[in-house]
Design a protein. Structure first.
Length: 942
């Protein structure tokens, strides 16, 4: 027990360390200065990296070794309690670097792994029958003796959990959520749910009370969608978990590992605890972490998991002397499937530790590889970067990484700079550059999808930056070119899997042309749990969408960005990752805390490029200088300046549990003006959670009311006009009636329309082709009223087969074309040319489609080939505002204003293909210029 004077001395020295650290790090100074009640996160803005540095200083200056829980301390007083509770020892003295001899690996009787197993339970049973005492997992924690788990120990622990769950009434196929930190009990709980016939649903626990609001908001939706009946969690989370019952009606009970570890009154047999699972039964639900929107539960069957594990094992060439070292969380597919279940299947010893243990001292990861002769390990790119910045030269000199043959890097964009620096820094430790292996995978494929060849090492593609941004063509250039864009290869598709890159219509793109990445293979998910709409969007003609943009070259995949992260500005495709990385390197900016996204401007019908950069700099002059440097660097990287660049406080940029940027969520926070919103007390957060559902329903009611009214007006008017147009024999009268109906509908629904440039239309019936940008389903109606003459709309062939719509369009003189048949293009342009020659004014949307995000897509050639063929002018038309009136991802109209700008006609310079291409480019440039000018004029001037 320490004396009062010692307590006072510890407090004084601790506060002195905090004050120096805050000053050196330019942290925000709390009102009244720093004291024992200063909140580390709210008042000082400490992130995990800052906490790690602060704790290292405290340990050095006070000669203590703090537990990993210091990373979660809320206040300086909490840190003081941990300091006074620890024995004064040399930091790190309890963690030795002695090499541990690997456990002997007994030979299996007939095979090295369970090839015939059809489920995870059968795989466990296979090992249980052959080598029950074989080491399966060794869990290491710095403040406790290591825990060794054999196959028998895992089976017995899981059987106890299964017995309790069956007694509690768990039915076969019911879902059980695991909200647990990574630890020995997690393994028992997961297999216990399987033994009882249930479906595990891994989710992550809240790190600290300040995160409770977001945690409940996000996980309430997950638990409700999964229909969980039991929640297994830690005792400290019981209060938080009980709140979930309000949001999750199916939740029957909340259980802890301590309860489940006791022997149930009716013990279950090790392998007979529940109904026997089949290969196609669901093994578990993997919910996305929220990085690309609302979480969706990926359905993964036993067959899916085993197929993916076997494919990865084939490429990795698993050997009997392999050892897997992992700190990855078990609620993440990379840690759960890649590290644990893969090790279980191949009987590879798994050396496991908690993510908190790694974050507190990154060197522990590499020390574990050193001690146990680790050969396999995986981590996201940020972990490799953290090792570069947090491991000292002295620690480096003691490491032996010569047995590490697969250093897998995935789960987030891989930086070529990080790969090169890591290889160089740890080469003296025996690390071979060929061990570094950027990989690609996603939950919808179980975990792995593409691996590089064994022992090849990283491959970096250097391509022309401007060519890629403008045409999506990955043209190779010399890597010495300072403007070259570097993209890391993530390998080839695993055996039995296929990758392809397609355009928006699902047509394959050639090598080195970027598009949407799709896959198929033996572990492709059947869909999202209880979410048929998302499942339909996921699977098309047997191919699964990845949500990533990429290109293929020599059979390898090169990722360029997420589909939803793509920003289209001025006809250029911009990807946020590169500029985020570049700006994160600038002094004064918190690394990994820069986010770029597009923010829609409803009035302009375009989008702004917004960049947010977290900083702790408070001095106005320093902030102004930092803003200037960030803007200059962003312009260098992107080729255009950002529209909005803001310095924001720590925690303003949101991230997932695995450290990925939550761009969509941060964008919503920005649009709501809540970037600097302070963390609320847990009690207030719980109250807000309860009221949020009611508030959102009330807020949406006026929009829903208007949408219902607008559709009611349409449904009343449309049948009468449809019948009248079908009966009228004269085309000009049909068009006059249609324009009257459109105008009546618009006025009754309160939509406003402004038209300029009608003087650019020919006064007589001279042939002409109108081309307009495409924003919404409303564009055809708006253009029909604005032009005020009969038009021959060119529409997609799919509409011809729709009874009501097809009949109406044919009566109005529409021309149906196949957008995707590569052999019909010349014939279609000839037909269109004939129509124009007969005096028809053609109207086309050369983008061929529209999307929810603003931006001008590439133009198709049909209209321009026809115009060049017969020598008629093309009139570009700009449509603005219709995307806001009816967004592409919604059929709910909104009140507002649409604008049509008719531009001067463009004459073709010849009749050949080159002239048609030139005409297309001129028309697109004219439309893009008007959209860009309107966007720029609305930008703030200061």
């Amino acid at each position: 027990m320490t004396s009062p004077s010692a307590d006072h001395s510890d407090a004084t020295r601790l506060l002195a360390i905090l004050e120096r650290f805050a000053h050196e790090s330019r942290l925000p100074e709390p009102t009244g200065g720093i004291d024992l009640d200063t909140r580390l996160e709210t008042d000082l803005g400490l992130d995990s990296l800052s906490r790690s540095e602060l704790i290292a200083r405290i340990e050095t200056e006070l000669t203590v070794s703090l537990p990993d829980q210091a990373m979660l301390a809320g206040t300086a007083r909490d840190l003081l309690a941990l300091v006074q509770d620890r024995s004064r020892v040399t930091p790190g003295a309890t963690e030795t670097m002695t090499r541990v001899a690997p456990s002997p690996v007994p030979e299996a009787a007939d095979a090295d792994h369970p090839d015939a197993a059809q489920t995870l339970l059968e795989a466990l049973d296979w090992h249980l029958q052959r080598h029950p005492e074989r080491l399966h997992i060794r869990f290491e924690a710095p403040d406790a003796p290591p825990v060794s788990i054999s196959y028998r120990a895992l089976a017995e622990g899981a059987a106890r959990v299964a017995g309790h769950l069956r007694q509690a009434g768990l039915r076969p196929g019911a879902t059980v959520a695991l909200m647990l930190p990574t630890g020995p009990g997690y393994f028992d709980a997961f297999f216990g749910v399987l033994m009882a016939g249930g479906i595990p649903v891994p989710i992550y626990p809240p790190a600290r009370p300040q995160l409770i609001e977001e945690h409940l908001r996000r996980h309430g939706r997950i638990l409700d969608n999964a229909g969980v009946v039991f929640l297994i969690t830690v005792p400290e989370a019981r209060t938080i978990a009980r709140v979930l019952r309000v949001q999750v009606p199916s939740l029957r009970a909340i259980l802890t590992l301590e309860e489940l570890a006791t022997t149930p009154s009716a013990p279950a047999d090790i392998t007979q605890a529940g109904p026997r699972a089949a290969a196609r039964d669901i093994a578990f639900l993997q919910y996305t972490s929220g990085s690309t929107g609302d979480p969706k539960g990926v359905v993964l069957t036993h067959a899916d998991l085993l197929a993916n594990i076997r494919a990865m094992g084939t490429v990795v060439e698993i050997a009997p002397d392999d050892v897997f070292v992992s700190w990855l969380p078990l609620y993440h597919d990379m840690g759960l499937i890649g590290a644990w279940l893969g090790s279980l299947y191949y009987a590879v010893p798994l050396i496991a530790m908690s993510p908190l243990s790694f974050l507190a001292r990154p060197v522990r990861w590499l020390e574990a590889i050193h001690r146990h002769g680790g050969t396999l390990s995986a981590a996201p790119n940020f972990a490799y970067e953290l090792c570069l910045t947090r491991i000292t030269d002295a620690q480096l000199s003691e490491l032996d990484l010569s047995r590490w043959r697969w250093a897998l890097n995935g789960a987030e964009p891989v930086s070529p700079t990080t790969l090169a620096r890591f290889a160089a820094r740890f080469a003296p430790c025996g690390l071979r550059p060929t061990a570094l292996a950027p990989v690609y995978g996603l939950a919808e494929a179980a975990v792995g999808l593409a691996f590089p060849p064994l022992g090849r090492g990283p491959r970096v593609d250097c391509i022309d930056r401007d060519r890629f941004a403008q045409s999506s063509h990955a043209l190779p250039v010399a890597c010495t070119d300072p403007e070259a864009l570097q993209i890391v290869a993530c390998g080839r598709a695993l055996p039995g899997y296929q990758l392809r890159v397609v355009d928006a219509g699902g047509h394959e793109r050639p090598d080195r042309h970027e598009g949407l990445l799709e896959f198929r293979g033996p572990s492709a998910t059947q869909g999202y749990y209880r979410n048929p709409e998302a499942t339909r969007a996921l699977i098309r003609d047997g191919w699964h969408a990845t949500g990533d943009r990429a290109y293929l070259a020599d059979g390898e995949v090169y990722l360029s960005g997420r589909v939803k992260d793509l920003i289209i500005r001025g006809g250029r495709n911009l990807y946020p990752y590169e500029v985020e990385q570049a700006l994160g390197e600038i002094a004064g900016v918190r690394k990994g805390c820069v986010v770029a996204f597009a923010a829609e401007d409803p009035e302009l019908g375009s989008e702004r490029l917004v960049i947010l950069a977290e900083t702790k700099v408070r001095d106005p002059e320093h902030r102004a200088d930092l803003t200037r440097r960030l803007r200059e660097r962003a312009t260098e990287v992107l080729g255009i300046p950002p529209d909005i660049l803001l310095l924001v406080p720590p925690r303003a940029v949101l991230k997932t549990s695995s450290g990925k940027l939550r761009r969509a969520a941060t964008r919503e926070r920005y649009l709501a003006g809540r970037l600097e919103e302070p963390a609320r007390r847990p009690a207030w957060q719980l109250l807000r959670v309860g009221l949020s559902g009611l508030h959102s329903r009330v807020r949406r009611f006026p929009h829903q009311l208007y949408a219902g009214y607008a559709w009611s007006v349409f449904l009343v008017l449309a049948p009468w006009f449809w019948i009248a147009i079908r009966l009228l024999p004269n085309r000009s009268r049909r068009w006059a009636l249609a324009r009257f109906g459109i105008r009546l509908l618009r006025r009754l629904t309160g939509l406003r329309l402004t038209v300029s440039g009608r003087a650019h239309l020919p006064a007589d019936s001279s042939p002409v082709i109108l081309v307009a940008n495409h924003e919404s389903y409303l564009d055809g109606l708006i253009l029909s009223e604005a032009v005020a003459r009969p038009l021959g709309f060119v529409v997609k062939q799919e509409l011809a087969s729709r009874l009501i719509v097809g009949a109406f369009l044919r009566r109005m003189g529409a021309h149906f074309v196949d957008r995707f048949d590569p052999h019909s293009g010349r014939l279609e342009s000839t037909r269109l040319a004939q129509q124009v020659g007969d005096g028809t004014t053609l109207a086309m949307f050369p983008e061929g489609t529209f999307r929810a995000q603003p931006g001008l897509l590439p133009f198709r050639m049909g209209a321009f080939a026809a115009a060049a063929q017969i020598g008629v002018p093309v009139i570009p038309i700009v449509i603005r505002g219709t995307r806001a009136l009816m967004p592409g991802d919604s059929f709910a109209p909104r009140p507002g204003t649409a604008e049509v700008i008719i531009l001067p006609p463009l004459e073709p310079t010849g009749s050949d293909w080159a002239a048609a291409v030139a005409l297309r480019d001129r028309a697109r440039a004219c439309i893009a210029e008007v959209l860009e000018a309107a966007h720029t004029s609305a930008m703030p001037t200061s």
